[in-house]
Design a binder for this molecule. Structure first.
Ligand code: ZN
Length: 329
C-alpha cells in the first residue's frame, strides 16, 4: 500500500454534492436555523453542512427541541457496528465508523429531515475474540441497546427509524428482533446493513479481486483509504508473516473460557482461519481510493432512496415495509 495516501475531497463526489445541499443547500440550511458557521465553504466551491450538526448528540436541547417542533425533523438513523480486529492495518472501529459516515451522508443529503442517533458502542462479534482487542456484547445486550435508543427517538416524536449496520455479525441478531421492534414501537422501523447496497454483480465490476472478502479486505480497506486514511496502518506481507500469527489453536485459558460461555463459541470458524486471515491481508493490498469512493457513493445513494421511501410511507400512513417487499422477505 503506498504511503502517500491522503484524503482527497471525497465528500464532493457524494450524492450530497449533487443533491442540492451544495448550492441551494446554504439557503436551505439557513432556513432550517443553522448558523453561518454550520454552512461553509470547507469543500471549496461546494459548501456543505457540518456533519456534526446532524449528529443528535452535537445539538443542544434548544436546537433539538426547535428542530423537532418545527416539523422538519422526520426520521432518525441509528448506526450500528462492532469493535473488532480488522487485521494488521485497520483500527478496530471500522464497522462503526463506516456505518456512521454513510448515515451522516444520508442525513446530509436529506437535510434537515434526518438526525443521526448515537452509534452503537460495540456489536456482536464473539468469533473475533481470539484476536486480541475485540470487544463484543452479548447478542441480547446488543439487541436491547438498539431497542432502547429507538424507543427514546420515538418518545421524542420521530416516527421513522432506520438502524444502519456495518458489521456482518449484527445482521442475524437485528433480523431476529425487527418484527418485535415494529410491534412494540408502532412506527416505521427498518434495520439493514449498508453492504446490502453492494450486490455481488456490482462488486465484481468494482473490485480488483474476483472473490470479494468484505472483512478487512479490499472493500473495507478501500473505503477507509477514501474516507479515513489516517486510520490505516501501512504493512507488508513480510511483516505479516514475521508476526507468526496463529488463530487456529493455542488460545489462552481466558479466551477459551470466554468462547465456551453463553453459547458464544464458533468452533467451526477456527479451522482454516489462518489461511483466511492471510488472504484478507493480501487482498487489502489491492485497495484503491477510487474503489472506496464508488462503494461509499453507492451505499449513500441506496439508503437515501430507502430513507425517502420510509419517510413517505410514514407521512402517507402506509405500512412499512410495503406489502410487496414484505412478501419477498
Ligand atoms: Zn468490518
Amino acid at each position: 500500500m503506498p504511503e502517500d495516501i491522503h484524503r482527497r475531497g471525497f465528500l464532493k463526489s457524494l450524492p450530497i454534492a449533487a443533491a442540492g445541499i451544495a448550492g441551494g443547500g446554504v439557503a436551505q440550511a439557513a432556513a432550517a436555523g443553522a448558523s453561518p458557521s454550520d454552512v461553509g465553504a470547507a469543500q471549496g466551491e461546494r459548501p456543505f453542512v457540518n456533519p456534526r450538526k446532524i449528529m443528535l448528540a452535537e445539538n443542544t436541547r434548544k436546537e433539538f427541541r426547535e428542530w423537532i417542533e418545527s416539523g422538519r425533523l422526520k426520521a432518525a438513523i441509528l448506526p450500528a457496528g462492532s469493535i473488532e480486529q480488522h487485521n494488521e492495518h485497520m483500527s478496530m472501529d471500522v464497522d462503526i465508523v463506516v456505518s456512521t459516515l454513510i448515515s451522516q451522508q444520508v442525513a446530509l443529503a436529506l437535510y434537515p429531515q434526518v438526525v443521526v442517533a448515537p452509534p452503537s458502542p460495540c456489536g456482536f462479534a464473539p468469533y473475533h475474540m481470539a484476536r486480541k482487542g475485540t470487544v463484543t456484547l452479548r447478542k441480547e445486550t446488543f439487541q436491547a441497546y438498539l431497542l432502547d435508543v429507538l424507543s427514546c427517538l420515538k418518545a421524542h416524536g420521530i416516527r421513522t427509524l432506520l438502524v444502519l449496520n456495518g458489521h456482518g455479525g449484527n445482521g442475524a441478531p437485528m433480523a431476529e428482533v425487527l418484527p418485535e421492534w415494529r410491534k412494540v414501537l408502532g412506527v416505521t422501523v427498518d434495520a439493514d446493513s449498508y453492504f446490502t447496497a453492494h450486490p455481488i454483480e456490482f462488486l465484481k465490476q468494482v473490485l480488483t479481486t474476483g472473490q470479494p472478502e468484505s472483512h478487512a479486505g479490499e472493500i473495507e480497506t478501500s473505503m477507509y483509504m477514501a474516507a479515513f486514511p489516517e486510520r490505516l496502518r501501512y504493512f507488508s506481507m513480510k511483516e505479516y508473516d514475521d508476526a507468526k500469527l496463529n488463530y487456529e489453536s493455542g488460545f489462552s485459558p481466558d479466551i477459551l473460557e470466554f468462547l465456551g460461555r453463553d453459547a458464544r463459541s464458533h468452533p467451526k470458524n477456527v479451522l482454516g482461519e489462518n489461511a483466511r486471515d492471510r488472504h484478507r491481508q493480501e487482498e487489502a493490498l489491492l485497495s484503491k481510493i477510487e474503489t472506496g469512493e464508488v462503494l461509499i457513493n453507492k451505499a449513500v445513494t441506496v439508503f437515501v432512496d430507502r430513507m425517502r421511501k420510509m419517510i413517505a410511507a410514514t407521512e402517507a400512513g402506509q405500512p412499512w415495509p410495503p406489502p410487496a417487499r414484505k412478501a419477498q422477505l
